[in-house]
Ligand binder design. Sequence first.
Ligand SMILES: Cc1cc2nc3c(=O)[nH]c(=O)nc-3n(C[C@H](O)[C@H](O)[C@H](O)COP(=O)(O)OP(=O)(O)OC[C@H]3O[C@@H](n4cnc5c(N)ncnc54)[C@H](O)[C@@H]3O)c2cc1C
Length: 482
Amino acid sequence: MPKKNEIPRQEMPVQDAAERRANFDEVALGYTQEMAVAEASRCIQCKKPRCIAGCPVSVRIPEFIDAVREGDLWKAAEVLKDTNSLPAICGRVCPQETQCEIECVLGRRGEPVAIGRLERWVADWEREQGMRVPEVDEPTGKRIAIIGSGPAGLTAAGDLAKKGHTVEILEALHIPGGVLMYGIPEFRLPKDVVGAEISYLEALGVSVRTDIVVGKLFTIEELLEEYDAVFLGTGAGLPMMMNIPGENYNGVYSSNELLTRTNLMKGYLFPRWDTPVKVGNKVAVVGAGNVAMDAARSSLRLGAEEVHIVYRRSREEVPARAEEVHHAEEEGIIFDFLTNPIEIYGDEQGWVTGMRCIRMELGEPDASGRRRPIPIEGSEFDMPVDTVVMALGTRPNPLVFTDAEALERTRWGTVVADESTGRTKMERVWAGGDIVTGAATVISAMGAGRIAANDMHAYVMNSEGGEWWPEPEPEPEDMEAV
Ligand SMILES: Cc1cc2nc3c(=O)[nH]c(=O)nc-3n(C[C@H](O)[C@H](O)[C@H](O)COP(=O)(O)OP(=O)(O)OC[C@H]3O[C@@H](n4cnc5c(N)ncnc54)[C@H](O)[C@@H]3O)c2cc1C
């Protein structure tokens, strides 16, 4: 039997790059039981585990890993589900390399335990067995509305249902799941995995009402008349464009439109399904975050011959996860660094035929700490393309705020909420996830959903008194003026 420190980190088997660029099946194939037990055996069960603090929902990582090593998989699943109601999703899309795994002591001298891959393996095993649904607390008689069914809303809903409240999710789209369903592609996060985790919440008693656009059908004010508390988890789904000439040509997409048509409307199954999604032979995706990688890799699978990522900074500044960039490169995506489009042009029928671009160089760091890209005069050139996808970031859609003047917002359109409770400035309204932070991560949205659910429970059960939004204590110098 090799010693713990002699067992190598178990690599994740993946579909061959040449094959997978032509299908929407999941790229990562998952561990075998043998690999999972070998990986679990690498964990040295630290007395003071730092990995737990690295996880925004505080999964008891060493405990579930030890259960895997012991072969007690029901226990492993229970430990995971105790603090994370969506483990099969987190095991697939969380940036573990900057959260739990970066804290793993094995990473100091070698490679950290593959916590995310083990989490995924346990959650998949549990799904295959048929999930066990825990008992929920006695009904409290309190009614809670959750607006939006992304990871923030789903987590808050699950936690509140377990505490015995009547929880209703109101979702604008016809399928719940938020970005998990409409944004992240099937080849990274299969939709039946998301569907199964939503079914688990329904089994806890959560009811999901789709096709309800809050702000249009009801306002938040109206919901407050019917419900004891409201959680706002409507994300940041409003795409940003570059505002350069030519963005109205046919063949120019926002990443949201391309990915929604592909994932939610199953565009890649057209004409078997009824939503077409047309990409040309040569596609340029502008931006280099996770969303850009998903748009580029989806375009390839939709039949494009050549797909470029066009990014105004250099490789070092790329915001996407290293694994996503690696997979994209393996599949043949071409990266054009230090390049920025300045105009899109097209033909007489109104279809895009190319982008005029300019080369960039990096100057001094800007407010974000990254070196500022500066155009190089006279370096303009034409890039012939027949599809352009803008993947430049998103903001909250303001529609939900109709008649909710009391909700304070920042100049970026995000909602102001207290970090430790999720309370907004509007009484009985909590918020969490991308609507508060701007576009962030699945697990941070889940963490915010959990924090808000705890405070909502305490509030509706009257176990916490005090002001709704206590004003901060005056600073000592202000005291003199009082
Ligand atoms: C393409 C893509 C890839 C990503 N990849 C990753 C990744 O690999 N790892 C990672 O951690 N994060 C990733 N993210 C980010 C992550 O998905 C988000 O941070 C997360 O989903 C935010 O969760 P949320 O619950 O706040 O909002 P969302 O997931 O956006 O859900 C909000 C929900 O609210 C609904 N809604 C909006 N307005 C209304 C209204 N007025 N009435 C009713 N319902 C409404 C929306 O339809 C949606 O279902 C990715 C994002 C995108 C777009």
